[in-house]
Design a protein around this ligand. Structure first.
Ligand code: SF4
Ligand code: SF4
Length: 472
């Protein structure tokens, strides 16, 4: 790939002069940051793979069963009725991403995104293991289809398929539940043909992405990647090349022993192209911040390694904002970053509060449509209602009954003597509320109802109570 031309402005890094795809052969990264990424990857992969197979109080740790309308997050069951939490989480998520990216750049992509983790830390490592490093891979691709190429490519693709199949199974465990998945496996594919076909389709999609589509997910398809140009500004800290130091007056040039580059006006960049060779999206970071950069930091490690070899200070590529480079200052936790971090902290606090303080029971009491009030002996007014109680926990609520909290009246279920709401289940029925006429002030009155299990108040709700118009 030609990196000397100024063509990075008109096309993505993985396109050649004919407009065709230029295959990226990134050099195997190594260095301090890559070691940190590897440790984080292990943690994230274990979390990702183990989450659907861990159960807490009978609940799958993470479950997103859209068709069955069952959702568990950190072992807590959520219902479609908790949809408002999902919407709030999405709004907070968008705000979080916007603020985080403005302050800290696209670090999520290189270090946490599942696409990068699987591509760079799983599939790419297999490729290095089977085919060798960058040079060996280029040679292998150029050579004719002999025994060595068939063996290596065949073995690599076989491993890619197995891992894609494994990922598809984990994906299915998130969607239908790991218990159901294990049941499918023991029953065999013929008993569950449609699920098995869906599994093979997922496998095919993952295989296609990781064996062929690869970095194009980040550079072409991902909407977050496309948003970078509006989210970043001069103060955003990103992986950047210190062009002031790298170029100086005379620009970059090859390394020569025993010369004082600074005195001669030469930049510290020795034009070794290691930062380009190691880049998984095929760009040259010396051209400035580009949409394709996923902030994986592989170029920082590569350049630091070269700087060490030629006895120049490290950090020619590092975490800098444009302002840091212009003012020739180190990256520091500036007031804007502190402000954004504080807002992000509050947003996460709000979401955590909503997740963990939501009630175990959801109660709805609604007046029966089309029914007016009735007047009984002793001037008692009654209204009829339907009720629905949803138990969001795995244990059942026994001996459930209602009490009128706001008025001195009575409330009775006409469909149940004693209500039991099973774990992850619901109870529905009809009830009457009776209130003496003297206590009713308006035609439409708000009444507070307590829902008790035994003596324990498990939820409160409110509803309307209709009275005679003459009492307005
Ligand atoms: S330019 Fe550097 S940080 Fe950006 S994708 Fe390439 S190697 Fe990773
Ligand atoms: S690795 Fe560093 S020294 Fe080598 S070309 Fe890149 S920026 Fe220049």
């Amino acid at each position: 790939m030609d990196t000397t031309e100024n063509n990075f402005r008109d096309r993505i890094g993985t396109m050649n002069d004919e407009g065709k795809r230029a295959w990226v052969y990134p050099k195997k990264p190594q260095g301090r940051l890559y070691r940190y990424r590897t440790v984080l990857t292990w943690f994230l992969l274990i979390f990702l793979i183990a989450s659907p197979f861990i159960h807490i109080n009978g609940n799958q740790f993470m479950l997103f069963n859209v068709l069955g309308r069952e959702f568990n997050i950190f072992g807590q069951p959520f219902w479609p009725q908790d949809f408002y939490i999902g919407v709030t989480a999405m709004i907070i998520g968008v705000l979080f991403i916007t603020l985080f990216t403005s302050a800290f750049g696209r670090i999520f992509c290189g270090w946490i995104c599942p696409q990068t983790i699987f591509m760079e830390m799983v599939f790419r490592k297999i490729e290095y293991w089977v085919e060798g490093d960058r040079g060996a891979q280029i040679r292998l691709d150029k050579q004719e289809w002999n025994n060595e190429k068939i063996r290596k490519k065949g073995f690599k693709w076989f491993l890619f398929f197995l891992i894609s199949f494994g990922i598809a199974n984990v994906f299915l465990a998130y969607l239908v539940g790991s218990k159901r998945l294990l049941q499918y496996i023991t029953e065999g594919p013929l008993e569950n043909l449609s699920t098995f076909i869906a599994l093979l389709i997922f496998t095919g999609v993952f295989y296609f992405i990781f064996s062929w589509f690869r970095e194009q997910v980040c550079t072409i398809a991902c909407p977050y990647g496309r948003l970078q140009s509006v989210l970043l500004d001069k103060k955003s800290v990103v992986v950047a090349y210190d062009h002031k130091r790298g170029e100086r007056d005379l620009g970059r040039s090859k390394f020569k022993k025993n010369e004082d580059r600074q005195e001669l006006g030469k930049g510290d960049c020795i034009d070794c192209s290691q930062c380009v060779h190691v880049c998984p999206t095929g760009i040259d970071i010396r051209n400035g911040t580009q949409l394709e950069c996923i902030n994986c930091t592989a170029c920082i490690d590569a350049c630091d390694d070269m700087m060490e070899k030629v006895d120049l200070p490290k950090g020619l590529i590092g975490f800098y904002s444009e302002e840091n480079i212009e003012k020739e200052e180190k990256m520091k936790f500036n007031p804007r970053m502190k402000g954004f971090a504080a807002i992000l902290f509050v947003l996460v606090g709000i979401l955590s509060g909503m997740l963990f303080l939501r009630s175990d029971v959801e109660a709805t009491v609604l007046r029966l449509p089309g029914q007016l009030y009735e007047t009984h002996e002793n001037d008692i007014i009654s209204n009829v209602y339907t009720f629905k109680l949803i138990n969001k926990t795995t244990g059942s609520f026994e001996d459930v009954h209602f009490k009128l909290l706001s008025h001195n009246g009575s409330i009775e279920s006409v469909t149940h003597e004693r209500i039991v709401v099973p774990g992850k289940g619901l109870a529905e029925g009809t009830l009457f509320i009776e209130i003496p006429r003297t206590l009713i002030k308006n035609e439409k009155n708000n009444v507070e109802i307590g829902i008790y299990s035994g003596e324990k108040l498990i939820e409160t709700t409110s509803t309307n109570f209709m009275g005679p118009r003459s009492f307005r």
